[in-house]
Design a protein around this ligand. Structure first.
Ligand SMILES: [Zn+2]
Length: 329
């Protein structure tokens, strides 16, 4: 008798729970998505992994408080030569979405991603961007090479309009993961595109103060090709002679050639970079009789709180350094 009573009470409890559950579903409006859309902002934030600091900044701008971004290659670090650690695999294993740059910049991600067992969706930020293939410089002459043999330049972020494209790509990936907030991601990306267009217009105005004959760049590695193409500069020479910092030390002959190029182009200053060792560049500058400008932030942001800790601040800082170094007599 007692047993039957207990079973009966158990069923009543279950029934009460079911009715309460239904009413809870109705009050939150989340029974069927097709009937009642989830309220924007609902649900846990999206766990995003980015490969380097500039992508992390763009993802945070687009995602706002709907994303938690774990970034692999931090401020001031070199993505070309990055060596992942076991903790990086942990971040990938917990991720919902992984944003890589592509164009040969963060190729180390592939192995790390597989090793982590991550089930995150992977997107390539530069998908749909036509890559720039710089001329190869050999034996003192810039040579056009066959397009398929040419190095692809990954440094697209030095053209703010292409960063706008990346922001829109990220907005679409976040929208696919979290459709309830799609309008928010798209609105944030569009606002950012407006800001980037203003940045682009400001750079055009700043560059106009540099006489065209002085719009010439010499950097450690070939990082400013997109900047040069957009704003009418020539890349006169690069100390490491390629689009990556992985190159071994240049030969004495290559260094002599860079010095000849600097002298013949009559550039007043050459540019060190935050991600690569300026030792050889300083020697080149001394032998060529030119100044070394303050380091540019080419492949990574400044540490948080620094003068170039966001993409937009980085570009403004770089342009000020470039213009002041080249415009001055
Ligand atoms: Zn680089």
């Amino acid at each position: 008798m007692v047993l039957i009573l207990c079973i009966g009470m158990g069923w009543i409890a279950l029934l009460v729970a079911f009715v309460l559950g239904l009413s809870a579903c109705n009050s939150f409006g989340t029974v069927r998505p097709s009937q009642a859309p989830a309220s924007p902002g609902a649900g846990p934030p999206i766990a995003v992994v980015t490969t380097f600091s500039i992508l992390a900044d763009i993802a945070r701008v687009v995602g706002g408080d709907r994303v938690i971004v774990a970034n692999l290659v931090g401020p001031g670090q070199d993505t070309h030569t990055f060596q992942p650690s076991p903790s990086d695999a942990g971040a990938l294993a917990r991720a919902d979405l992984t944003i890589e740059h592509g164009l040969g910049f963060d190729v180390w991600l592939e192995k790390l991603f597989v090793a982590s067992g991550s089930r995150a969706r992977r997107i390539v930020a530069t998908a749909g961007i036509e890559p720039f293939r710089p001329e190869h410089r050999t034996d003192g002459a810039a040579q056009k090479v066959d397009e398929h043999d040419a190095e692809v330049d990954p440094h697209v972020w030095h053209d703010p309009r292409l960063v706008g494209q990346i922001a829109l790509t990220i907005a679409e990936a976040l929208s696919a993961r979290d459709p309830a907030n799609a309008a928010t991601y798209r609105e944030r990306a569009n606002r950012y595109v407006t800001e980037l267009n203003q940045l682009d217009a400001w750079i055009v105005t700043r560059v106009e103060t540099v006489p065209p004959s002085r719009r010439a760049l010499v950097t450690n590695h070939d990082s400013l090709g997109y900047f040069a193409r957009r704003y009418g500069f020539r890349v006169v020479a690069t100390v490491l002679g390629g689009v990556s910092t992985e190159a071994s030390e240049p030969s004495a002959a290559a260094v002599a050639e860079v010095i000849r190029d600097i002298r013949s182009a009559a550039v007043p200053a050459i540019f060190a970079e935050n991600v690569s060792n300026p030792r050889i560049l300083a020697r080149v500058a001394q032998e060529a009789g030119v100044r070394v400008a303050p380091p540019l932030y080419t492949d990574a942001l400044d540490a948080p709180g620094g003068r170039a800790d966001t993409y937009v601040k980085m570009m403004r800082y770089n342009v000020d350094v470039i213009v002041e170094a080249l415009a001055a007599p």
